[in-house]
Write a protein that binds this ligand. Structure first.
Ligand code: 5GP
Ligand code: ZN
Length: 114
């Protein structure tokens, strides 16, 4: 997708601070962190949101979830708990239309979120 910010990050046309990468998944630091650890986990395939996931994507989504868990464990986020969030639609705060999961940790989180 030509005008997609996260596709540009995936293709290294825009710099990011990468913490995990394999053939299907990229995890990088959020440019405007809302927690001491704030990462974004994306499939390399352009999928606009959770609503656009297709049956064919099931292996990619599984890999994405496994990578999130692996990075969370590697960074020790499991000790205090951490949050994984995907905003869907403008009303929920989605500003980039490429499926991404926020991984946030190392601070206290409230429930329900604001
Ligand atoms: P959303 O608002 O769609 O749920 O999340 C988009 C996230 O992308 C935001 O947390 C924002 O800080 C992050 N972001 C926006 N532009 C960039 C960028 O150029 N680089 C990185 N690493 N993160 C970005
Ligand atoms: Zn994209």
């Amino acid at each position: 997708m030509e005008d997609c910010l996260f596709c540009k990050i995936i293709h290294k046309e825009i710099n990011s601070n990468i913490v995990f990468e394999n053939d299907n998944v990229l995890i990088f630091k959020d440019i405007s962190p809302q927690a001491p650890v704030h990462l974004l986990a994306v499939p390399k395939k352009h999928i606009s949101s959770i609503l656009e996931i297709e049956k064919l994507d099931s292996d990619i989504i599984k890999e994405l979830m496994e990578a999130i868990a692996r990075v969370a464990l590697e960074m020790g986020l499991d000790k205090e708990g951490f949050r994984v969030v995907t905003n869907t639609g403008r009303g929920a705060g989605q500003s980039v239309d490429h499926l991404h999961f926020h991984i946030m940790g190392k601070r206290k989180f409230n429930w329900p979120p604001g």
